[in-house]
Design a protein around this ligand. Structure first.
Ligand SMILES: [Zn+2]
Length: 314
């Protein structure tokens, strides 16, 4: 099957054939559940009252503004969270994603009558689709989370045994990885894989801090390291994977010119990279489209992209 998939994938790239690309197994390991479905799906569910995301968004502030003005008002109860998570999974299956690591914000706990109800609900969604996809539950939190919520929401999520990994996102200019250090240590002691957003808008120093303070296994984005040999060596030495999202980087303005997209340089340095969606609702580009995007830009050939695809499934 693997050889057939290699052929179909490479043909799909050469022909610009999304149907072929969608048939081939892929992973999406940088994905956020709250925005993991297409805009059209969300808008239909919300009665058609949602404005389309702009073609260019002004960084994390732009995302927060869009969510605040457009989507969050439709989310008020347990069923809404179920919808967000389940549609993210269905959308991934549709795109041929076989391994999905999608962060579920720990604040989602507050929509449920009790913690067990939340945990059982997400386990049920995972099990409902387990024949089609390996949905690996990931707990996420924004850097703006309060200390109270870290203790009352994040800790129960870590201790539940339900989640396989943890992710930290939000405003990169908040230079406070230190605040999360003990929580990451605790997550590690419970067997969770450690991930954090770094080096999206900020440079290599931000990534270095995330690595040294939180001892992360994977970096969400990390493109900011591409001009710093020392941090690239550190990443390589520690065998840290970079989970990259091309459309997100361009639309949010993290990268101005895709012809010099850092993924190429990181790959050439021998760093382990994966290609992912980040927020499908905002960027309207599934993993298959992201591979085709990089191919059409001429940044990678079909063999290299196939190598990245297969590696991301490991
Ligand atoms: Zn992200």
């Amino acid at each position: 099957m693997n050889k057939i998939e290699d052929t179909i994938f490479k043909e799909g790239l050469r022909e610009g054939n999304l149907l072929k690309l969608r048939k081939v197994s892929k992973a999406d390991v940088h994905n956020h559940c709250g925005l993991g479905m297409r805009f059209s799906t969300f808008n239909k569910w919300a009665g058609g009252y949602v404005s389309e995301p702009p073609k260019k968004i002004d960084g994390i502030i732009g995302i927060d503004n869009y969510i605040f003005n457009e989507t969050i008002k439709f989310i008020s109860k347990e069923e809404d969270i179920v919808f967000l998570i389940e549609e993210t999974v269905k959308e991934a299956i549709e795109d041929g994603v076989k391994v999905l690591e999608s962060s579920i914000d720990c604040h989602n706990l507050m929509y449920f009558a009790n913690n067990d109800k939340f945990f059982n609900t997400i386990l049920n969604i995972r099990d409902k689709y387990n024949k089609s996809i390996d949905f690996r539950l990931e707990v996420g939190m924004s850097k703006s989370i309060s200390n109270k919520d870290l203790n009352e929401m994040l800790i129960p999520c870590i201790d539940s045994g339900v989640f396989e990994s943890i992710d930290l996102y939000g405003d990169e200019t908040r230079d406070d990885f230190e605040r999360f250090k003990e929580y990451y240590k605790h997550a590690k002691s419970k067997g969770l894989k450690l991930k954090a957003h770094a080096g999206e808008f900020q440079g290599a120093e931000n990534v270095k801090k995330a690595i040294e303070t939180l001892e992360i296994d994977e970096i969400q984005h990390g493109i900011g390291v591409s001009s710093n040999e020392y941090v690239m060596d550190l990443i390589k030495e520690r065998n840290i994977r970079l989970n990259i999202c091309p459309s997100s980087n361009y639309i949010l303005g993290a990268v101005k010119n895709m012809n010099s997209y850092p993924a190429r340089n990181l790959f050439d340095k021998g760093l382990r990279i994966t290609i992912n969606t980040d927020d499908l609702l905002l960027f309207n580009s599934g993993v298959s489209e992201e591979y085709l995007y990089l191919y059409k830009l001429g940044l990678f050939n079909e063999d290299e992209l196939n190598e990245i695809r297969k590696f991301s499934l490991e």
